[in-house]
Design a binder for this molecule. Structure first.
Ligand SMILES: Cc1ncc(COP(=O)(O)O)c(C=O)c1O
Length: 389
């Protein structure tokens, strides 16, 4: 099996797996005052410190959630929800600025709040998939815009947005800024002392921790959030419910490992991705890169293979034991072409023929060589069968 779908999810890091196995007998509730509880509380706080140390922020700015989706929902649904939460507009109307290429966990949450009388502006992207900071600035409604939410890097095409510029604009107008950094964490260096964001979403299963654990960074001193789940005082009262202690300990370990491995892995994975890109372009005619040539995650490559359906390529590669994706896993099953690739202004046929290769820590050069060869075979076979010429 050659796994090239790391943007969908990652296998557990061996050290994370070890940590989980070691932890399985520690069943204490971190809210309990006795030793069994205190032991687990200590481990939860150790994990929080490990996340904070990686991001260069304070441990009390880290809120554990059940997923990246939950972190996104918590921030967006806080807008205008209760008088003490995120930018409650005294004018009675709130406005959010986001982009057309966000993950469904942001886009569908925005649709939901639109039904609750909040205006949303979806800023378009250019032909490379990048948002312009000046377009974000033009969309601001002074005194009404309550939140700017822009993803750090896109899950389908890997394009990295000008987050520093957008956050500077948000700061200039004193508007809280949220970034969905689920795909960026561990793939681009992020230093929260330098990057001016108020809220940031993270997901464990994209960084070699298990599914079902996420992180919401909330900068100290920014507007409070309105919890999605009310109850006890866990997670500084922003996220009630007895903690997913296994997930928390695991994500803490994943961050420890990222700190050790990330810099070298970025270079190694980018080299493999560039080799894959060059190899495909050299051997297969009529293909097109979707996304930005350089402002892109090191392991992501999204290509359209003209005149064939991406779905057919995916299924044939799967027969050869190569796992890729036609776009976001969350929209698979839909026959619509990828909205992200379509937003680059390409024709529907091009969007329909796109394949995402996303690389990670277990990929090797040999796998890349085999993939170039197999994709070449699959594409020429499918093109001979294709009714579209
Ligand atoms: C950019 C982005 N945001 C959010 C999510 C959702 O994260 P989770 O699967 O933890 O809910 C994903 C998952 O694919 C993603 O790629």
């Amino acid at each position: 099996m050659i796994y090239l779908d790391y943007n969908a999810t990652t296998p557990l890091h061996p050290k994370v797996k070890e940590k989980i196995i070691d932890f399985l007998n520690d069943y204490g509730n971190p809210s309990s005052a006795h030793e069994t509880g205190r032991k687990v509380k200590f481990m939860v706080e150790d994990a929080r410190e490990s996340v904070a140390s990686f991001l260069n922020c304070r441990p009390d700015e880290i809120i554990f959630t059940a997923s990246g989706s939950e972190a996104n929902n918590t921030v967006i649904k806080s807008v205008g929800r209760c008088a003490n939460s995120l930018c409650y507009s005294s004018a009675g109307k709130s406005h959010i600025i986001s982009t057309v290429v966000e993950h469904p966990s942001v886009l569908n949450t925005l649709k939901c709040v639109e039904n609750q009388n909040i205006d949303v502006t979806y800023v378009k992207v250019d032909a490379f998939g990048r948002v312009s900071a000046s377009d974000v600035e033009k969309a601001i409604r002074p005194g009404v815009t309550s939140l700017i939410s822009t993803m750090y890097a896109n899950n389908e095409i890997g394009v990295i947005q000008p987050i520093e510029e957008i956050s500077a604009i948000a700061q200039k107008y004193d508007i809280p800024f949220h970034t969905d950094a689920v795909q960026a964490i561990g793939k681009v260096p992020i230093d929260l002392k330098k990057l001016n964001v108020d809220y940031m979403s993270i997901s464990g299963h994209k960084i070699y921790a298990p599914k079902g654990i996420g992180v919401l960074y909330k900068k100290k001193g920014t507007k409070a959030l309105c919890p999605l789940i009310n109850g006890g005082h866990q997670e500084f009262s922003f996220r009630a419910g007895t903690e997913n202690t296994i997930g928390i300990v695991a994500i803490g370990e994943a961050f420890k490992q990222l700190k050790i491995e990330m810099d070298e892995e970025i270079i190694r994975i980018k080299k493999l991705r560039d080799k894959l890109e060059a190899g495909l372009f050299k051997t297969i005619p009529n293909i097109k890169l979707n996304g930005h040539p350089t402002e892109r995650l090191p392991g992501t490559l999204n290509i359209s293979f003209k005149n064939i359906e991406g779905e057919s390529i995916l299924l044939r590669l799967d027969l050869f034991g190569i796992a890729v994706s036609t776009g976001s896993a969350c929209s698979s099953g839909s026959l619509e072409p990828s909205y992200v690739v379509s937003s680059l202004g390409v024709e529907p046929e091009i969007a329909h023929s796109s394949i995402r290769f996303s690389l990670g820590r277990e990929n090797t050069e040999e796998e890349i060589d085999q993939t170039i060869e197999k994709v070449g075979e699959v594409v020429s076979f499918l093109r001979t069968m294709s009714p579209i010429k």
